[in-house]
Design a protein around this ligand. Sequence first.
Ligand SMILES: [Zn+2]
Length: 421
Amino acid sequence: MHGGGPTPPATRRGFLKATALAAMSAAAGVTETPGNSPATAVAERPMADARFGVVDLHTHATLKPYLFGAKFWRAHGAPAGFFPLKMCVDLDALMDGGVKTFVCATYVVERQMFTDVWPLGLLASVSPTAAHLATAPMDALTREYLDFAEKMIEEARQRRGDIIEVAHSRADMRRINAAGKICMLHAVEGAHHLNGDIGMVDELFKRGVCCMVVPHLYPNKAGGCADIMGMDMRTRFAPGCFNAKFQDAAGLSDWGHQLVEKLLDVGIIIDPTHGTREYRKRVIEIARNHPKRRPVIMSHVCAPAASRAGHDPLPEDVREIADTGGVVGLMMFFRPELAGRDNAGVESALDAVDFLVQHGGEDVVAMGSDLDGFTTVPKDLRSPRGYRTLREAMLRKYTGDQVEKFLHGNAERVLREGWGK
Ligand SMILES: [Zn+2]
């Protein structure tokens, strides 16, 4: 443990359950309905056909274990829709979906959220754990979160055996994949985690972080962001929360420019998801002019652009990202007009693949589910298990070679070329 010191899990769990209920479920006007009953623990299962194994470039596998004490090693029944307390990315679901590698994003709540979402602020005034999250230095919380992620996988190994490992380098990743185990990689979402210190990039690189999303839900020292919360139906009715005054759609700052140069130099993949078009354009320009040729990615988006405040890629973004050798990762989402349809997720994903191929070619398509990042998931793609259905649907429309690229080949290329470790 570093910095602010350890946090008792029981307290954390209690606080955060209350938080989630207050700030999300209740405010958004949703109630939880029973999902599928959790499957019983399954021992050994053959991995899916390696040819179509999946690399998921963006998940929040640690978020609910970190916030609510959810157990990654246990099977959960993930319902469709928006159920912030339900876990989607667990060990069984990853195995069932044929996921061979998944990127797990470190995300410590931005400071602004404690003011912007008043129930959180209230909790921070009465709960020591909440106060810790609201006041401990962000770099200390980042280390704490990365430590937590390592422990989560260690616990899964103790409970379920030698079937999953964290890779801290590409050599680790090759070894873990070759042994048929599931590989987890670290990412960090939001430059606020650096607490204003670009020097921390070196430390994150040493710890095995392969990718950094620079903008996130609130403006940070690197620049502004797209206001996805203000635009979201779920948060629109949260009384007194998600106020526009906390948002700023500015582009990359000078400090952000330096950070992007540093990430490119060290070899942490740069990801401007959550930025505006102007922001992305600037990041791509910097990457294009950098002496080390590195791909730029958008790891988790809905496409074609779902008009989420400029968050999702336009045709020109796709083209420019493809030119850097990068990829665009597709979330498990559905287009609003398909809501309620049994195959809404797969249909939306196939349309999104068409869009990406049309504007960036078949080497730009990748997967980045964003599962467990408090997203609203479709019935047919509600957990990593959905990759099975998606793979079958893709194979009806695209060749085996193309599907191989979409599911893992393109993402693996980006990791080879962009991750310097
Ligand atoms: Zn995100």
